[in-house]
Write a protein that binds this ligand. Structure first.
Ligand SMILES: NC(=O)c1ccc[n+]([C@@H]2O[C@H](COP(=O)([O-])OP(=O)(O)OC[C@H]3O[C@@H](n4cnc5c(N)ncnc54)[C@H](OP(=O)(O)O)[C@@H]3O)[C@@H](O)[C@H]2O)c1
Length: 295
């Protein structure tokens, strides 16, 4: 028997696809919609789709995620991340569906000494972070049963991410320079999916930081990736000023899991353990696919 209907926006994205896969296994009826099937910036489409499906839960994972391009495409970033989220929130409130809004560590400026908890005041320093924070405010303004889930430094099987970029760079044998003065918590999409599946079973609404625990710099993250991939590369630590990007990045975006603690959810595992598991699972998947091809 189905546990209920879940609609996922951005269902073909890196995180949305892993949430969909897990909830299907947990016997939810999953409507995992691509941008083509549901453009969140189109209010009529959002209203019609949500009214027709009548989901019990909506997981809003769709976003304009191009952090540097957002600096020049401010209107598009706000249209998708703020207005799109308003559309979802209004339609969900009408049918009383629980809403999970996926947000980001980039709502913080990175100047705090120590980890950011859910009660720290966000002050974003780039357009992407500002538009995602505007999305959080839309959820709070227009919906009553919500989980705002802030995550960070995501990697997963389906999508472009830092792990894949590093492994691709290793192929050409050149020196790889990686920033060593920005700290955060790398997070496997599968672990976020598990925690989201725990949250939606409850009515413990509010803001949650959902990242793998522990912290590192991008350079330390890269070192661990190459260690696990057993690749020898010429990896060089550099400062942010040597790697100029269009959008500002927070120096510290490590998130404390106070929300999980205070509501008696289990702690997230360490990012190093999650990354190890990711490598194990992806190599296992590749082997299985090779065997199927040979058969
Ligand atoms: N990646 C990270 O490190 C990270 C960190 C913190 C938070 N987050 C948040 O986590 C969520 C998932 O991110 P992700 O890494 O899975 O990103 P992703 O792979 O880029 O997925 C985002 C999805 O949203 C879709 N989308 C874009 N505009 C849309 C629209 N107008 N209507 C409907 N769908 C639209 C994209 O479709 P197209 O590809 O067809 O455009 C894509 O499938 C996002 O909310 C993001 O802000 C990500």
């Amino acid at each position: 028997m189905s546990k209920g209907k879940v609609l996922i926006t951005g269902g073909t994205g890196q995180l949305g696809s892993d949430i969909g896969e897990l909830l299907l296994k947990q016997r939810y009826q999953v409507y995992s919609l691509s941008k083509k099937e549901l453009d969140v910036s189109n209010y009529e489409q959002v209203e019609k789709t949500i009214n027709e499906i009548k989901p019990d839960v909506v997981i809003h994972s769709a976003a304009y995620t191009k952090v540097d391009l957002a600096e020049d495409n401010q209107d598009t970033a706000y249209l998708v991340n703020a207005i799109g989220t308003r559309n979802i929130a209004i339609a969900c409130e009408v049918i009383q569906a629980k809403l999970v809004y996926i947000s980001t560590d980039y709502v913080f400026d990175g100047n705090k000494q120590g980890r950011y908890n859910e009660f720290d005041i966000p002050t974003p320093i780039n357009v992407y972070g500002s538009s995602k924070l505007a999305g959080e405010n839309m959820v709070k303004d227009f919906h009553s049963q919500y989980f705002i889930v802030r995550t960070s430094w995501l990697y997963g099987q389906n999508g472009n991410n830092f792990v894949k970029t590093m492994l691709n760079l290793a192929e050409n044998g050149r020196q790889i320079n990686v920033v060593n003065d920005q700290s955060g918590s790398p997070t496997w999409t599968v672990d976020v999916a598990i925690k989201v599946s725990e949250l939606i079973k409850t009515k413990l609404y509010g803001v949650y930081h959902v990242t793998n625990s522990g912290e590192c710099t991008w350079f330390e993250f890269a070192s661990k990736i190459f260690e696990l991939a057993q690749k020898r590369v010429d990896l060089v630590p550099i400062g942010s000023e040597e790697f100029v990007q269009k959008a500002n990045r927070p120096k510290n975006s490590v998130l404390d899991h106070m929300g999980l603690r205070l509501n008696n959810f289990s702690e997230m595992r360490h990012w190093g353990d999650a990354l190890e598991d990711y490598f194990l699972k992806t190599s296992q998947k590749t082997t299985d696919e090779d065997i199927r091809c040979e058969l």
